[in-house]
Write a protein that binds this ligand. Structure first.
Ligand code: FAD
Ligand code: DHB
Length: 391
């Protein structure tokens, strides 16, 4: 098998890249180790930045998002039983975000790809990337019980944190920057209308809580839990009781309960692999970097990477100049580190570390009060949340 761009992984990064290349007349093949149902149902991110929304629309993948997605113009911060709303358009010159789940983004992109795009092979597990430093990199993969080789001009590893692409970069060319957190998120989906019309991020002495949503009738909620917690160890009523405690306000707001349809725990880590390119192998999305989920940057960063790659390749085809492709890693990493910083700030602003001292608790509350009372501090949060521009 032979193609121009071999794409490993059909998460949001791989699927969007295939779409962008198809629109530019560049052929690609996507290899995905799991089946279609798995990719379409894996519960993950829920918030699209303004820039991501614009990219999906421009790629012709925004139709259902515009009909069913929920535009949000702000979030609420809760601490010390007080509430403070951050108004995004007023602080950023008009930006907002969209509540539209990653599952739905993937469904829309898969449908487009299968309708008229290049090959998208489910159940095709990449085993290794070979010859990254040569003119003809190859992906060895297994599909329907047989081993095969995909010969490419370029390989883009969009295969997430546990994928194989990153392993093809020799250790002597790699640097990893990492931080793990001693807590995770217990996330639930519940068949109940969201109890607030915008997302609520709550700091509480017992730990962080987040009220989010997937639709006007489905709520998505998260609780900070100790690292290594088993989701099954929390009974449904215990989860609701704890959410109620952490989200409580002095003005009598109440949390509506409903049937919990899914429960899982997500670990929290920051991780950046530098560089994001080795020869003709490029890394994009979670294959290159992970952010803790606070602030919802993971999916949006993945989109930024593949837009940067697609634009650079089109530039090469149109002008013969590889300058932008050569700058891929640097260009992406500038934005990646801004998102790492933002996600780190949001995580440390809102979570309670198990060994937090009373001094740190007071500083955390002072940071929150600063955001609630200083337009400059609030603007910094609003700009970070709605997204950093692509270069
Ligand atoms: P992925 O979505 O991980 O896609 C990678 C794809 O590659 C997968 O489909 C995988 O099956 C495939 N693959 C892996 N190895 C191979 C192989 N060898 N051969 C072929 N295919 C392979 N972000 C937020 O903003 N908010 C959240 O609430 C949030 N929750 C998350 C919860 C979890 C459990 C996880 C893991 C992540 C979460 N994220 C969240 C992050 C966000 O979902 C990711 O940043 C986003 O999915 C990145 O997209 P991607 O395409 O780079 O990687
Ligand atoms: C969601 C996830 C996040 O990490 C976040 O900051 C906001 C919302 C969500 O899954 O809905």
């Amino acid at each position: 098998m032979r193609t121009t761009v071999g794409i490993i992984g059909a998460g949001p990064a791989g699927l969007l890249l295939a779409r962008l290349l198809h629109n530019a007349g560049i052929d690609s093949v996507v290899l995905e180790s799991r089946d279609r149902a798995y990719v379409e149902q894996r519960q993950r991110a829920g918030i699209l930045e303004q820039g991501t929304v614009d990219v999906l629309r421009a790629a012709g993948a925004g139709g259902r998002m515009d009909r069913e997605g929920l535009r949000h113009d702000g979030i609420e911060l809760r601490f010390a039983r007080e509430r403070h709303r951050v108004d995004f358009p007023a602080l950023t010159g008009g930006s907002s975000v969209m509540v539209y789940a990653q599952t739905e983004v993937c469904k829309d992109l898969i449908a487009l790809q299968l309708e008229g795009g290049g090959p998208l092979l489910f159940g095709a597990e990449a085993l290794a990337v070979e010859g990254a430093e040569s003119e003809r990199p190859r992906v060895r993969f297994r599909h329907e019980g047989r081993e095969d080789v995909l010969e490419c001009d370029y390989v883009v590893g969009c295969d997430g944190f546990w994928g194989v692409a990153r392993r093809a970069i020799p250790a002597e060319h790699s640097r990893v920057f990492e931080r793990t957190y001693p807590f995770g998120w217990l996330g639930i989906l519940a068949d109940v209308p969201p109890s607030h019309d915008e997302l609520v991020y709550a700091r509480h002495d017992r730990g962080f809580a987040l009220l989010s949503m997937r639709s006007p009738v489905v709520s998505r909620l998260y609780l900070q839990v100790p690292e290594g917690t088993d989701a099954g160890s929390w009974a449904d009523e215990e989860i609701w009781d704890e959410l109620e405690r952490r989200l409580e306000t002095a003005d009598g707001w109440s949390l509506e309960r409903g049937t919990i349809t899914s429960k899982s725990v997500t670990p929290m880590r920051s991780h950046v692999h530098e560089p994001m390119r080795h020869g003709r192998l490029f890394l994009a999305g979670d294959a290159a970097h992970i952010v803790p989920p606070t602030g919802a940057k993971g999916l949006n960063l993945a989109v930024g990477d593949v837009v940067t790659f697609a634009r650079a390749l089109v530039h090469l085809e149109e002008t013969g100049s590889a300058e932008r492709l050569d700058a891929y890693s640097e260009t992406c990493l500038r934005r990646v580190w801004q998102a790492e910083r933002f996600s780190y700030d949001m995580t440390t602003l809102l979570h309670r570390a198990p060994d937090a001292t009373p001094f740190e608790d007071r500083v955390q509350l002072a940071r929150l009060r600063r955001i609630a009372t200083s337009r400059a501090a609030e603007t910094d949060l609003a700009e970070g949340y709605t997204g950093f521009p692509l270069d």
